[in-house]
Design a binder for this molecule. Structure first.
Ligand code: ADP
Ligand code: MG
Length: 461
């Protein structure tokens, strides 16, 4: 797939040719994939804001090319650029940049008026956006009557005004307290995951990177490191590989030694993990890292020893990762170890019968779950429900998130059940998830044929 944003050898100078000339971007080449959630991360003055301004056409760069949706923005006139900014990209500024003399509603409607939408229609759309950001009651207030967190949410609503596929946010949490910052982060994640928008965020605070999928580390106008943190893809790959691994193991040998089973699964995951986490590193570094991951998987070393080893210089037998990267990678690995445990159980569930696909399984579970539910469900709600159940069974989402998504209205991509119904369904589902957990352990312990146990599980559903 063509990247949604492509930078080729981009350089940007401020005050070029003057004694105070600053080169803020130095020969930057990157591809940003559609649907990615990207952060430019680095210390103050390293060129993060400039990067956003170059991409959104606010600042003109002198060298290189930038393609948005395969369109070369360096050849656009100022007027064309303005139109592109109003429809192609939504920008959330650190200082909010709301128009003080306009009400909240009119601030959000304004970008729509710029592209020729009638005032009545713009107001209707603006109200929808305000509702999405929980701001309905503030529609007729002025920005100065709102808290910082509320103003930032108005800023986000405004950025969404012309339904842009790309959202750019410059330090969107910079002026917010932690509660509001968390809300904004949740919403950016939703815009990415539920709406499928491409999000580009700038930050100098590590904690705000929590949901990001790609991190561009910046220093002095250059990109020093690209870090991929696609946990979803990672989970899927590990899941896929483990599933294959388990079926091949089953063919080769009767399941006698549960420990052996685990460590073989580990090697595959370690290989995947090493390549994901150390993308861009040399093969030697990756191999060494992989061997440490394997040791950690089989519990030969603990978290602390692992962290020490990857941080140690390469020449001394380590991998030589920076401190920050070490912490990140170590924490990530611990999370994966937990996930791996759960995922292998799902594989067992899927493995139980080659004729039953996971979709039938989900349908069965769904039917069982809504037995006794008195309300009517539309087909859109049922589709959403199946998705949420599947995500929960694959452990992509937590129990809490499951309830939240069941409760969330269907037009916000939730299922739209009452909170009470959501709770009931969740309790029911957790019961069978727990049942499988117990059954699997029993299988290992008593060395009972796994298929028998799982088929009885199915009947219980
Ligand atoms: P960041 O957002 O990472 O803090 P910026 O992109 O704002 O960094 O700035 C990068 C560099 O460009 C800094 O050295 C800054 O002083 C300089 N700079 C930014 N904007 C201007 C401007 N309008 N005129 C001159 N220099 C600028
Ligand atoms: Mg900045």
């Amino acid at each position: 797939m063509e990247p949604i944003i492509k930078l080729e050898n981009v350089s940007l100078w401020y005050e070029k040719g003057k004694p105070i000339e600053v080169q803020a971007l130095k020969n930057i080449t990157i591809d940003i994939t559609r649907g990615d959630y990207v952060a430019f991360f680095g210390p103050s003055g390293c060129g993060k804001t400039t990067m956003l301004y170059a991409i959104s056409g606010i600042d003109r760069f002198q060298e290189g090319k930038i393609f948005i949706n395969e369109r070369d923005i360096s050849i656009l006139s100022n007027q064309e650029l303005a139109i592109f900014r109003q429809t192609g990209i939504g920008i959330v500024f650190q200082q909010f940049n709301l128009v003080p003399s306009l009400t909240v509603l009119k601030n959000v409607a304004l970008p729509m008026l710029f592209v020729g939408i009638s005032s009545e229609k713009a107001d209707i759309e603006a109200r929808k956006l305000l509702a999405r950001l929980d701001l309905t009651e503030y529609a007729d207030r002025y920005p100065f009557e709102l808290s910082g967190g509320q103003q930032q949410r108005v800023g986000i609503a405004r950025a969404l005004a012309n339904d842009p596929p790309i959202i750019i946010a410059d330090e969107p949490l910079g002026n917010l307290d932690s509660v509001n910052a968390k809300k904004v982060l949740e919403f950016l994640k939703e815009l990415n995951e539920k709406d499928g928008r491409t999000i580009i965020m700038v930050t100098h605070e590590a904690w705000s990177l929590r949901d990001v999928k790609t991190i561009y580390h910046m220093k002095d106008g250059t990109i020093t490191e690209v870090e991929k943190v696609t946990s979803q893809i990672l989970a899927e790959s590990i899941y896929g590989h483990l599933s294959k691994q388990i079926s091949s193991l089953k063919e080769e040998q009767p399941k006698e030694d549960a420990n052996k089973d685990t460590s073989s699964g580990g090697e595959i995951s370690a290989h995947l993990l090493a390549n994901f986490l150390l993308r861009g590193y040399s093969q030697d570094e990756i191999s060494r890292f992989e061997s440490f991951v394997n040791q950690r998987f089989s519990d030969k070393i603990d978290k602390k020893e692992f962290s020490k080893l990857v941080n140690k210089p390469f020449k001394d037998g380590g991998v030589g990762l920076w401190k920050k990267k070490t912490t990140r990678v170590t924490d990530y690995l611990e999370e994966v170890i937990n996930k791996r445990h759960n995922v292998s159980k799902i594989c067992d569930l899927i493995e139980k019968s080659s004729e039953v696909s996971i979709f039938d399984e989900i349908h069965d579970i769904r039917k069982w779950l809504i037995e006794g539910y008195t309300g009517e469900l539309s087909s859109a709600q049922i589709t959403a429900l199946d998705q949420v159940i599947s995500d929960r069974i694959r452990n992509y989402i937590s129990r809490e998130k499951f309830v939240e998504l069941l409760d969330l209205s269907n037009n916000k991509f939730g299922v739209g059940l009452s909170f009470r119904a959501a709770q009931t369904l969740s309790e029911k589902l957790e019961l069978i998830l727990e049942g499988i957990l117990v059954d699997k352990n029993d299988t290992d312990k008593d060395n009972v044929n796994k298929n028998d146990i799982n088929e009885s599980n199915l009947k219980r559903l």
